[in-house]
Design a protein. Structure first.
Length: 185
């Protein structure tokens, strides 16, 4: 078994090793305006109901749109959209129509007013479940009320941010199901 030589790491850089999941594109809608934001700060909090927690900076154009509407769509892109992911994260929806600028297609959601992004592998329609931490930590807790996922591939190559403009791609999977699941399943 391998051991590692270690060095001290500045505490502000620990996120490079802890980011919880893939970069997502969050869409919002408020008073006939839509927006897309790039997000990396999210986590599954509960399975039933399906709850997702995320941090949205108060200075972000989407913050007030989502706070006021109480809903959004968490769209999960694949590696093919990495340039759009970066571009969306580096401009403001207050100044530009991001759907138009980045060639993405908005589609009507079933349960919320925020649009789906059709080019994304999965779309999670969300309603604000708990807003008690929004004022103090910019932490939104959403309930996923409808989920759409592509039929293939089963495990898409998603993009994960490590900081300083560097991304990892999850392009392989391993399974140990037989070692962890009860044999009668």
């Amino acid at each position: 078994m391998k051991t590692y030589k270690k060095k001290n790491l500045p505490l502000a850089e620990i996120r490079r090793h802890l980011e919880p999941g893939p970069i997502v594109l969050v869409t919002s809608s408020w008073k006939q305006q839509t927006n897309i934001m790039t997000m990396g700060w999210h986590t599954v909090m509960e399975f039933t109901p399906s709850l997702v927690g995320c941090v949205i900076a108060s200075g972000n154009h989407s913050f007030e749109m989502i706070r006021k509407s109480g809903e959004c769509v968490i769209n999960i892109p694949t590696v093919e959209l990495v340039d759009q992911i970066v571009g969306i994260g580096n401009c403001s929806g207050a100044e530009v129509d991001k759907f138009d600028r980045f060639g993405l297609t908005a589609a009507k959601a079933e349960k919320v007013s925020a649009p789906l992004i059709t080019e994304c592998f999965a779309n999670l329609e969300c309603c604000l479940f708990d807003k008690s931490l929004v004022g103090k930590y910019n932490y939104f807790i959403f309930e996923v009320v409808k989920a759409h996922v592509a039929t293939t591939p089963k495990y898409p190559a998603t993009v994960h941010y490590t900081g300083d403009g560097v991304f990892k791609v999850s392009d392989s999977t391993i399974s140990r199901r037989s070692k962890f699941l009860p044999q009668n399943l």
